[in-house]
Write a protein that binds this ligand. Structure first.
Ligand code: PTJ
Length: 243
């Protein structure tokens, strides 16, 4: 049992959740490794939403608001960590949820859809597999015609690399949540929220409800500038922590 007084209680509880997710068959075993990488970057940003994360969440909300067919792509890690807030965001923004997995198996898709459904999600896509993301060789290319394939804006929490580029080539706007500002996804997305999914998704929802001029926010958005703010922050913090 982890005592709530532990200085890193919240982080340790998330770790427990992901481990539990593996036992439930929702998270792929390699999701533990991905989570560990995320933890390291979260540590470097102080385990809280920084101004660059706040700004990017606002921009992501603006993109979702101007979208005609927004989709939230969900994998095992995102589901176990943020199912409730993903469902809430999808309802607020009228975004379709699609389960799209790197380590695809029908059994895991079914489990994740059920897990999201038990938390209020409905009409969740993922089982259809009736379309493909062009230019991708692995199973993550398999998607739903009425979901990711048709989407104009896709929110991809916790992405794994080349899918972001492939989606962009298909003309879609990609919004990502990735604690690692150096990842290929982070660098290729239209909006990169360098923050933990557990904080970023509720932030997007809050901004979605708050903002009134999304076109203006989108027009002014500069993802490279914001990524530079994130990497400078991490460099400064490392410098400050130097012995
Ligand atoms: O469920 P599946 O089969 O689709 O597989 C999902 C994983 C996560 C295993 C797969 O997509 C993968 O291997 O991802 P990567 O390449 O390890 O990338 C995951 C990225 O997410 C890394 O850049 C991590 O820093 C980041 N990350 C990890 N945990 C979090 C996170 N970003 C935001 N919030 C987190 N909690």
């Amino acid at each position: 049992m982890i005592p709530p007084s532990h200085p890193r209680y919240e982080s340790l509880m998330l770790r427990e959740k992901v481990a539990e997710g593996v036992k439930k068959g929702i998270v792929h075993p390699t999701g533990l490794i991905a989570h560990g990488r995320g933890e390291a970057f979260d540590y470097l940003i102080g385990e809280k939403t920084q101004p660059f994360g706040e700004r990017a969440a606002r921009a992501a909300a603006a993109y979702l608001k101007i979208a005609s067919h927004p989709v939230i792509s969900v994998n095992g890690n995102a589901a176990i960590l943020a199912a409730e807030s993903i469902v809430e965001l999808s309802k607020t923004s009228n975004a379709v949820i699609e389960v799209n997995l790197f380590h695809r198996s029908e059994e895991r898709i079914r489990k994740i859809i059920k897990f999201l459904g038990e938390r209020g999600g409905d009409k969740i896509l993922g089982m259809e597999g009736d379309a493909r993301i062009e230019g991708l060789q692995h199973d993550r290319a398999i998607c739903s015609k009425e979901g990711i394939y048709k989407a104009d804006v896709v929110l991809v929490p916790l992405e794994d690399g080349d899918r972001c580029e492939a989606l962009k080539k298909m003309g879609k706007r990609v919004l990502t949540i990735d604690l690692n500002p150096l990842s290929r996804t982070a660098r290729n997305a239209d909006v990169t929220i360098v923050d933990n999914v557990v904080r970023a998704i509720p932030n997007i929802k809050r901004f979605y409800e708050e903002i009134s001029s999304p076109e203006e926010i989108v027009g002014e958005w500069n993802n490279v500038y914001n990524l530079k703010e994130a990497t400078s922050f991490i460099c400064r913090r490392l410098k400050e922590m130097e012995f």
